[in-house]
Design a protein around this ligand. Structure first.
Ligand SMILES: [Zn+2]
Length: 91
């Protein structure tokens, strides 16, 4: 996680608007109520940071973190060539 990364969403504790929680330069979550009352809720201690991390709704995990295991290819007959598909004539 780099600073400024979106960690997730959390409802603003003051106005209830769903707000972005990003990582500040100390690596702690920071809520900014961009679409509501403009509250900026900084976390200054690890206890505060942990509390916010527990409350936020995590952002979708970036595709790079958990590569999906490739599915085993089904034992299928060799696909027909484009030529064969178009003409019906075995290539
Ligand atoms: Zn707010």
């Amino acid at each position: 996680m780099a600073k400024g990364d979106l960690l997730g969403q959390m409802d603003c504790p003051l106005c209830g608007t769903s707000s972005d929680v990003k990582e500040d330069k100390a690596g702690r979550p920071l809520l900014f109520c961009r679409h509501g009352c403009k509250l900026q809720l900084f976390t200054r201690t690890e206890a505060q940071a942990d509390g916010m991390r527990r409350k936020l709704r995590p952002a979708a995990a970036p595709a790079t973190t958990v590569p999906a295991a490739p599915e085993a290819a089904p034992a299928a007959p060799k696909p027909k060539s484009i030529f064969e598909q178009l003409t019906g004539i075995p290539a």
